[in-house]
Write a protein that binds this ligand. Sequence first.
Ligand code: 5GP
Ligand code: MN
Length: 320
Amino acid sequence: MIESKIIQQLMESNSIAIVSHENPDGDCVGSMLALYLALKRKGKNARMFLKSNVPKNLRFLPAAENIEVVDRIDVKFDVLVLLDTGELERTGIENIENCYSKLINIDHHVTSEGMGDLFYINSSSAATGEIIYQIVKLMGIDNDKEIATCLYTSIFTDTGGFKYSNTTSITHQIAGDLINTGIDFVYIINKVFDEMSLSKFNLLKDVLQTLELFEGNKIAFLTVTREILKRNGASRDETENIINFAKNIEDVEVAAIFIEEEEENKIKVSLRSKYYIDCAQVAKEFGGGGHIRAAGFTSRNASLDAVKENLLRRLKRDLR
Ligand code: 5GP
Ligand code: MN
């Protein structure tokens, strides 16, 4: 069983680094922290690295303050664990390819092929946190409230609160198990999902004004310019989930949000669909990836208008 091999490798290693993707989300941070805490419980020397800051709404999570935000890694670890992405480049961390002896990749994206010495890619898992849940359990760690808090966050965020089509009965069983450890899920959900800073509230007001609708309202676009972010004193991670407002409009099948990054002509695009558009496929064609109903890509060499035009043309082809 691949999980046992992964655990064996981790237990044989003295130094372990855990990394995940740029612009981290709840699943990324939650699964990193859960694995980190489990390894610590086993007396292992583990460290966590991210290129971007931990989003504000996730900073309450246990051990979140131990995540090191870095541009590059120059230390060598026995094992590097890459979570929630199948591409080392998506960590955005320089020199990462030279910082390990063995690489373990754990992910749930349908577009991930798996990489490294050991990999476990399960696209039927709603979140990477579901896979980490199994691994932690197999490590013999049960009923750990701190780990459960992180895993619940992973699963809650990646399923949009058990609402997205990736949610399964197993997702609910795991969530039930996590609740049985006594976690304060009301607090977690409020912190992670509902509560927002005033700057996020103001950002939301402005971004909603950018709505563009096409093809009889089946396609919806939202735009976050650098200027909008700056004007509201909002951080990049506060754009998370705004896309759902566009997706939720009646008649909309697919929504996209275009986020201007610091670098000129670098635009992050997120895609969400309601019933049939394969976002993973579309994102893949633009050099990205993800899941069938939620995917994304980054465009690096075209103007905002050109990216919109290209995507609109591509999405029109799949409309029914
Ligand atoms: P989001 O749009 O919220 O950034 O991401 C939606 C889903 O698509 C996430 O599971 C995320 O990991 C994936 N995704 C977003 N951007 C990229 C990308 O550039 N490449 C790949 N492979 N996946 C992406
Ligand atoms: Mn995920």
